[in-house]
Design a protein around this ligand. Structure first.
Ligand code: BG6
Length: 483
């Protein structure tokens, strides 16, 4: 693997994301030789850490995520880390940061390449971007910036943030990260759709009755009540992860598998995204909040959550496109906290077909994303001793050995940033469209809140979300496949 020279600056170097995801992922890329002698990482945050303390943190992060570690490699790897205590609003700090980056560039021969990573609270993204521009932090080689979600909290704020970032970076240099796009089974969607005649030939509105995307979580909001109050399930999960999944499921075949061709096919699809009317939203969208139990808090009792909060911890709805291979097919989604289990899955439900045997089951294709990786197809066959049709599963579950080979999403996506492959990142035009859609629903829900008519359904914890979510379908013959 080619060694990429670079100085990487992580805003939020003392944070949870850097510790749990970025440092272990960087170590793996170091072990593979993608970054080696010519790189340095500057971690910045407010806390007064030393270089040495950051290096200890990096070592701990690697130990916590790896069963076996080559200690000599880890020591050498950690020696490339530097810490700068940084107040994101202080101009002087950016000047110091720029000088440190230049010193390290000289020392490590990084060819003026800079990679900025926004891993801190999103409210600082705009300020940092503005300072990167005003204090000229970009280098003389390549410049790239990775931006964590949420990218704005509605279209207007996303546009503002984009303006601040594009003052220093071209669209091709901006990597808006969505960690779902780094997941094995999500990356499997396009190859599965376009290399199997068995699947490709039925992937159309003649054959597909509906598609269902479920991203369910067992956990509640935990300590993130403060952030979650500004977000809710729609902004936290639907605007990004669910929409990206839906786009991969509904987009037309790309001309080839380059980043450009894939984004072009996505763009073509998204131009035909049907915006729901208020009536559609009333009928086909549901929100909810988890209620408490004897042993657990209700959402409204969580720390930093308002007693009369209207923030949804569950959202379900229906998305449609007017063009593309599955034009007009309902794509139902739901996502929520405090479900019965952690489960991310996609169910593709095929239409029934007349047949000489009478009653048969629908064929479903199910892609399980988490916690295991699995694809199964339900098919009909004859019963063994009696007349009639029974349902069987053709099942492909990843073995333990295969699961062990699957890299963490962050490792995959960071690798892509280093090699400048933007296939699995969100393009601005996609993001814009997703926000337009989310804003439409938020506005309708806000109107309901203000009219005082709507009581947000409270759902019992650790079950399947609000029962109202079973009524969002277009026809009485549809229901959730995963229940
Ligand atoms: C994040 C959300 O983007 O995704 C979290 O902010 C959520 O609220 C998480 O818990 C779920 O990701 P995963 O990979 O665990 O399904």
């Amino acid at each position: 693997m080619k060694n990429i020279p670079v100085i990487m600056i992580i805003f939020g170097g003392s944070g949870d994301l850097a510790h749990r995801k970025l440092y272990p992922a960087l170590f793996n890329l170091y072990e593979q030789g993608l970054i080696h002698d010519n790189f340095a990482v500057i971690g910045t945050a407010r806390r007064p850490w030393s270089h040495e303390y950051l290096r200890e943190q990096v070592s701990d992060a690697v130990h916590e995520t790896h069963n076996e570690v080559n200690e000599n490699d880890l020591k050498e790897f950690a020696s490339h880390f530097y810490y700068q205590s940084h107040d994101v609003t202080n101009v002087e700090h950016y000047v110091t940061l720029k000088e440190l980056a230049q010193d390290l560039d000289d020392r490590y021969c990084a060819h003026g390449n800079r990679l900025f990573y926004m891993a801190m609270a999103p409210r600082f993204f705009g300020t940092i971007a503005t300072h990167i521009n005003d204090q000229h932090l970009t280098g003389s080689g390549f410049n790239r910036i990775v931006v964590e979600k949420p990218f704005g909290r509605d279209l207007a704020s996303a546009e503002e943030l984009n303006k601040q970032i594009t003052a220093s970076f071209d669209e091709s240099e901006i990597f808006r990260i969505d960690h779902y796009l780094g997941k094995e089974m999500i990356q499997n969607i396009l190859p599965m759709r376009f290399t199997n005649p068995l699947i490709k030939n039925i992937w159309n509105s003649d054959n597909i009755k509906n598609i269902q995307v479920t991203l369910a979580e067992r956990l509640g909001v935990e300590a993130r009540g403060g952030y979650y109050e500004t977000s809710g399930a729609l902004r936290d999960m639907v605007q990004n992860h669910i929409f990206q999944i839906i786009t991969l499921l509904a987009m037309p075949e790309p001309e080839n598998i380059s980043a450009e061709a894939i984004h072009k096919a996505k763009g073509k699809l998204l131009a035909s995204l049907v915006m729901p009317t208020e009536a559609d939203i009333k009928q086909h969208f549901v929100r909810g909040q988890y209620a408490g139990s004897d042993t657990t808090f209700a959402y409204r009792q969580e720390p930093n959550v308002a007693e009369d909060s209207t923030t949804e911890t569950f959202a379900a709805g229906e998305v449609k496109f007017s063009k593309g291979p599955i034009a007009g097919v309902p794509i139902y989604f739901r996502t929520g906290k405090e479900f019965k289990e952690k489960k991310s899955r996609i169910d593709i439900v095929l239409k029934h077909m007349n047949n000489p045997y009478g009653r048969a089951h629908s064929n479903n294709i199910t892609i399980v994303i988490d916690p295991q990786s699995e694809i199964y197809i339900t098919i009909n066959g004859k019963k063994i001793r009696e007349a009639g049709i029974r349902r069987e599963n053709l099942d492909y579950t990843f073995s333990k050995e295969e699961m062990a080979q699957v890299p963490d999403g962050y490792e995959r996506l960071l690798h892509d940033v280093f090699v400048n492959d933007s296939t699995n990142f969100t393009h601005w035009s996609e993001l814009k469209r997703y926000w337009e859609y989310i804003d439409t629903i938020e506005a309708a829900w806000q109107k309901e809140n203000e009219s005082g008519q709507a009581e947000i359904p409270q759902y019992p914890p650790y079950r399947m979300g609000p029962k109202e979510a079973c009524d969002i379908f277009e026809s009485a013959t549809e229901h959730w496949i995963y229940e």
